[in-house]
Design a protein around this ligand. Structure first.
Ligand SMILES: *Cc1c(COP(=O)(O)O)cnc(C)c1O
Length: 435
């Protein structure tokens, strides 16, 4: 048994599903070549940033206890600053997740009486409790920081008049989420983020602009600091950890913003000076090194998914043809059993926990039961192939990740096979898979 067909058959992908997948891939060659070129560019960008910071073997060692003079940690922060064209960076395993990194950036740079503005609509679900949109202990609202929001216009463009009207003397910080998260809107390109920041600064030059960069890193050739962001924030168990970082978050940007975050993460007076790196530095460095090609694999997986499910008549965001600015693919199935069947298929394609079957549950921070498929080496890592969907209308699933394209491809075929086996695809949809 040495053919691909036989190998897929041994993993319960039938000939029809495989042939359909191959047919879809035939038409994606040019797009995949363009993605590879961006990955090449970004790979060189990472190497250049590491060389400039003179990363050495000693940087991989790590410290314990207080972590004074942790050369690996400090050099890695210099690498991140170089890479993102930022004045300074905070890259730490003590930042527990993306939400924590964002909360840290906000809480350390806002003071009682200040106002936070989101000019791009509702932020990511877990930030609702950080801000106090949903009442929560320790929220910004409890500390006297108010919040205002301007939604995008129905066509997805910025509501410039609304934003101008919402900015006043109390407005201290503006939060801009690059990725769509669980919202049906489009993801913002770095270029569009730049246009928005220019406009905001023209209304009020001293307002701080923060970008939630989750899922956006390395998808394009530029990052948000290059278009004027004061702070850019993300998670290391997404794109920049390259699948190897087992924990962590980052904040890059203006020196003063990063310092404020460091004093809040550790303590006033201590800041960046403490915080042992323990044993995580090799994974942080090597993960960053791999991140451009890993992100490219995830991007190809998302485009493959869009093309499969759009061909079958489902609504997909982004659609099969449009440009990509993050690695997330939304597929609207319209019924809960399809969301569940899709996620079970993704789980069944994993290397870890493929024998388990995910079920919807009430996750902390979310307002509806969520099903999550994640057979990951790093628990909860969403740069690894994963899918999740809140069990509420319009019954959409959000898939992302794939450390290698062959895995992302297998996952998508497995999800499709599961939908077919569960009788969720209509007769007409099954016919569309044959040509
Ligand atoms: C994932 C994500 C977050 C939160 O990150 P966690 O690590 O899940 O806490 C915030 N914003 C966006 C856009 C995200 O995708």
């Amino acid at each position: 048994m040495t053919t691909l067909q036989e190998m897929y058959a041994s993993l319960d992908i039938d000939a029809q599903v495989l042939a359909f997948g191959e047919h879809i891939l035939e038409n994606l060659k040019d797009r995949f070549a363009a993605i590879d070129e961006t990955a090449e560019y970004n790979q060189l960008k990472v190497i250049r940033a590491m060389q400039k910071a003179r990363v050495s073997e000693a940087c991989l060692l790590g410290t314990t206890g207080y972590g004074y003079n942790d050369i690996g940690r400090d050099t890695l922060e210099e690498v991140y600053a170089n890479l993102f064209h930022a004045e300074d960076a905070l890259v730490r395993p003590q930042i527990t997740c993306g939400t924590h990194a964002l909360a840290l950036a906000l809480m350390s740079n806002l003071r009682p009486g200040d106002e936070l503005l989101s000019p791009v609509g509702k932020p990511y679900d877990t930030l609702e409790e950080v801000i106090g949109i949903r009442d929560s202990k320790g929220s910004l609202k409890e500390y006297g920081v108010s919040y205002s929001q301007v939604d995008l216009l129905p066509d997805g463009s910025f509501d410039y008049d609304g934003i101008r009207a919402a900015i006043h003397e109390k407005t201290k910080l503006v939060t801009i989420q690059r990725s769509k998260g669980y919202e049906p809107r489009k993801t913002l390109s770095v270029e569009r983020i730049g246009e928005l920041i220019s406009f905001i600064k023209s209304c009020k030059p001293d307002v701080l602009c923060m970008v939630d960069n989750c899922y956006g890193e390395f998808v394009e050739r530029i990052e948000p600091v290059e278009v004027g962001a004061d702070m850019v924030v993300g998670s290391l168990i997404k794109n920049p950890g390259g699948g190897l970082a087992p924990i962590g978050g980052y904040i890059v940007g203006k020196k003063e913003c990063v310092e404020n975050a460091a004093y809040r993460l550790t303590s006033p007076g201590l800041g960046k000076e403490v915080g042992a790196s323990l044993g995580v530095l090799p994974a942080f460095y090597q993960g960053l090194f791999l991140a451009p090609t890993v992100t490219a694999s995830a991007l190809k997986g998302a485009i493959f998914a869009a093309n499969i499910f759009e061909t079958l008549g489902f609504s997909v965001v982004p659609n099969a043809k449009e440009d990509r600015f993050d690695i997330i693919q939304a597929i609207t199935f319209g019924k809960p059993e399809a969301v569940i069947s899709f996620c079970k298929g993704i789980q069944a394609a994993a290397s870890v926990d493929s024998h388990l079957s995910p079920e919807p549950w009430d996750m902390p921070g979310y307002d509806a039961p969520v099903i999550m498929a994640a057979g990951a080496f790093v628990s909860g890592s969403s740069i690894e192939l994963s899918a999740d969907g809140p069990i509420k209308p319009p019954y959409a699933v959000y898939m992302q990740g794939g450390l290698t394209f062959p895995h992302a491809k297998f996952g998508m075929l497995k999800a499709l096979q599961n939908l077919k086996n569960d009788g969720i695809l209509t007769k007409e949809q099954c016919e569309r898979m044959t040509f």
